[in-house]
Design a protein around this ligand. Structure first.
Ligand code: GDP
Ligand code: IMO
Ligand code: MG
Length: 429
């Protein structure tokens, strides 16, 4: 059986956790391949229990499924243990979770630097989650990162930490006027984490290759979204990893030829957390309508999400960059109760129409949405399970999004629950 990648098609929070959960009992493995505890994935199980997952793949909630934290993820081990304890307290079996020996660790100096560099950026700040994600990936690429496997060798761990802190402590103290990080304290803390986690550390590349050879489905669960990708997103207002489908192969060690499906999770409108350009953002009552009806508050930081209408330029871009085979359109129910529903079909940039993403950041900052208006609907659609049950105007809205977005709308989300979906095409078909 092949691998399927599930990615966010916008700026994150599209409903990836729910979509992963919907597919959970049909796959043997769910793998996180990038990001860290900047993510917040919400899953509402059939018995109405709501879980917010940050670092642990959403497959943890499906009995029999093995959750894997892949090599491309950055792990804050203290946060991981807290998340595990929280799930265990609620009766979730966490025994199957494994983590890649090659994943990088988020260290105390990464968290400190994330916060302090943001403060120094002032108005130009990115609005990061403050979890140390950017500094940890920075050190990975600079080849001074510390990996999960280093926890297994106390001598190496200390040597790598001392080498890193020789520079980082100078920066913290002399540039930012902060306290230096104490080597001994961190060694003690992190080697303790290593002892607790040792039985979960695996060669995840080999594990996944064997699973695929045995004919099991592997689901690669992205975090963040296409426009937050460090290469393909709205740089520099992005995260520091590659959430797009291309990143799934690198972040899990699965060869790209084994991936047969790429499912793009797409919200029926648009949201964004943190700074950066957002052409369809609304600063009026309709933005408030979306925030209120959609419950648009960040799962990780509790910040209000910025809200705006659906942007088809972005959806087309996501389809192209990721090679999306199917879209899972979420939160269609949130649009109930509007007289008309605007869709951004193109941008006006300094008087010129752009049907595709402009080449430069400056142009994107000047993009003004060109709207097409469709009639809305007032019926409650949260109980609909077939396309025929949807109001005609909701059907027409979805059909128009499909025409504009470049891939079929195969599943429509009409509520947060696992069963609240209209299935049009099988995502694994
Ligand atoms: P993720 O980061 O992509 O997993 O998304 P989040 O969990 O941060 O945000 C999505 C929110 O929308 C969560 O509260 C979900 O429970 C909720 N949700 C997902 N799909 C639907 C849907 O179809 N309708 C409604 N009303 N809520 C949904
Ligand atoms: P999920 O997986 C939405 C945003 C932050 C900030 C930028 C960089 O739940 O969709 P970082 O801490 O990653 O260096 O912050 O990226 N961001 C997210 N926005 N959903 C997320 O995750 C996000 N993870 C990071 O708000 O603008
Ligand atoms: Mg989220």
């Amino acid at each position: 059986m092949p691998a399927v990648v599930l990615i966010g098609a916008q700026w994150g929070d599209e409903g990836k956790g729910k979509a992963t959960d919907v597919l959970g009992d049909r796959v043997g493995y769910v793998v996180r391949y990038q990001g860290g505890n900047n993510a917040g994935h919400t899953v509402v199980t059939p018995d109405g229990e709501k879980y917010a997952l940050h670092l642990i793949p959403s497959g943890i909630l499906t009995p029999g499924c093995t959750p894997v934290i892949g090599n491309g993820v950055v792990i804050d081990p203290g946060v991981l243990l807290e998340e595990l304890a929280g799930l265990e307290q609620r009766g979730v079996d966490t025994s199957r979770l494994v983590i890649s020996a090659d994943a990088h660790l988020i260290m105390p100096h990464h968290r400190a630097l994330d916060r302090v560099t943001e403060r120094h950026l002032g108005k130009a700040r990115i609005g990061t989650t403050g979890r140390g994600i950017g500094p940890a990936y920075g050190d990975k690429v600079a080849r001074i990162g510390i990996r999960v496997q280093d926890l297994l060798d106390p001598g190496i761990f200390r040597a790598k930490l001392e080498a890193a802190l020789r520079e980082k402590n100078q920066v913290l103290v002399k540039v930012y006027n902060r306290k230096a990080v104490d080597v001994d304290e961190v060694v003690e803390e992190y080697l303790g984490y290593g002892e607790t986690l040792v039985h979960r550390i695996v060669d995840s590349r080999l594990l996944l290759a064997d699973a695929l050879d045995r004919g099991e489905w592997v689901l690669l669960e992205g975090s963040q979204g296409t426009l937050l990708d460090v290469d393909h997103g709205t740089y520099p207002f992005v995260t520091s990893s590659s959430p797009t489908a291309g990143g799934a192969a690198a972040g899990s060690g699965i060869g790209p030829t084994r991936i047969s499906h790429v499912v793009g999770i797409l919200k029926a409108y648009t949201t964004r957390v943190g700074s950066g350009p957002f052409p369809t953002e609304l600063h009026d009552e309709w933005g408030e309508f979306l925030r209120k009806h959609g419950g648009e508050v960040g799962v990780t930081t509790g910040r209000d999400r910025r809200c705006g209408w659906f942007d088809a330029v972005i959806a087309r871009y996501a389809a192209r960059v990721n090679g999306i085979t199917d879209f899972f359109l979420t939160k269609l129910d949130v649009l109930t109760g509007l007289d008309t529903v605007p869709i951004c079909v193109a941008y006006d940039i300094d008087g010129t129409r752009h049907d595709e993403m402009p080449m430069t950041q400056s142009a994107f900052h000047h993009a003004r949405p060109v709207y097409e208006e469709l009639p809305g609907w007032w019926e409650d659609i949260s109980g609909c399970r077939t396309v025929e049950e949807l109001p005609a105007n909701a059907r027409a809205y979805v059909r128009r999004l499909e025409e504009l977005s470049g891939a079929p709308m195969s599943v429509l989300g009409v509520g947060p629950g696992r069963d609240q979906n209209v299935l049009i095409h099988d995502l694994l078909g």
